[in-house]
Design a protein around this ligand. Sequence first.
Ligand SMILES: *Cc1c(COP(=O)(O)O)cnc(C)c1O
Length: 369
Amino acid sequence: MPTEPDADVRLDFPLADGVARRGDAERAGILDAPGFGKHFTDHMARAVWTPDGWGEDAVVAHAPLVLSPAAAVLHYAQEIFEGLKAYRHEDGSVWAFRPEANARRFARSARRLALPVLPESAFLRSIEQLVAADLDWVPTGGENSLYLRPFMFASESFLGVRPAKEVTYLCIASPAGAYFGDGEIQPVSIWLSQEYTRAAPGGTGAAKCGGNYAASLQAQAEAAAHGCDQVAFLDAVESRWVEELGGMNLFFVLDDGTLVTPELTGTILEGVTRTSVLQIARDLGHEVEERRVDVAEWRDGCASGRVREVFACGTAAVVTPVGALVEPGSRAVPGDGGTGEVTAAIRRRLTDVQLGRAEDVHGWMHRLV
Ligand SMILES: *Cc1c(COP(=O)(O)O)cnc(C)c1O
């Protein structure tokens, strides 16, 4: 399979000439209240793969695509994506948080979806070039950031079922406000999916692919119908072991200060935030355990006081306290239902590193500009 990176492939993503830029006033208006995923910058990075290798790399105008209605992605969902943020520090420099980890995960996802591997150097270069072109779009202040969305899909016009022979890589960028706005962090409520699972052994649960999200939407709608913010999935075999939310990993803080997160068994997405939280928890002196978590441990632990705090984590929402676990006829709330101390301390340390307010002792920040 022609999916391994060519060792000497060199993609530079040069900036195309003559891309129109929106004016200062329009941009300032957007950056004033960016929301999430609604507004996009002036440019995007692009490269195209064929069996001859990668090419056509450039930073071009962010504009609608011309795509064949027979493009394989529209029929068979051969697609993967990433999500990471660029932060502007007080001195004006711009940094990404652990983008090498996203590049490696992008490569793992590509292998699972039979897509070509974009070399790590090319992934990083595309981000550097895009952010340099759209530097004025990196917000300042608070927890604002520029959300980066690299993705890759089967653009070949062909209805046969096999790995595509033309694949398009794009990276778009979207200014993002703090997830919780200016208000206080609010715990989210979680619906325990009764009928639907997210990932089965041997499936694509460990890959970051759009198909996983398509399969989670009905469960998310069910959560909303029950008045919940998010849905949690159990394992597909025994319907017993806690896996994760639709797009966030889960952590439990026990009464002795130990942090527990479900172990990676191939059906859970390995979050960069999850890995970072494990390290920060150790740095703050907590014991950490990656192991199976029975949903009864969550439910009963709230009642007994053994589970003191629950939180979810991911790039978009960083660290989010979890309030109620809602099931038909039951509602389990850890602690007093507010934001726990450990959750708040881990969230603060992580955002302080990302925003340049705390020393980056693990070398997680990658300077872009
Ligand atoms: C992206 C994602 C996460 C969080 O990963 P981060 O790298 O921390 O943003 C968790 N679960 C799923 C299913 C995801 O797609």
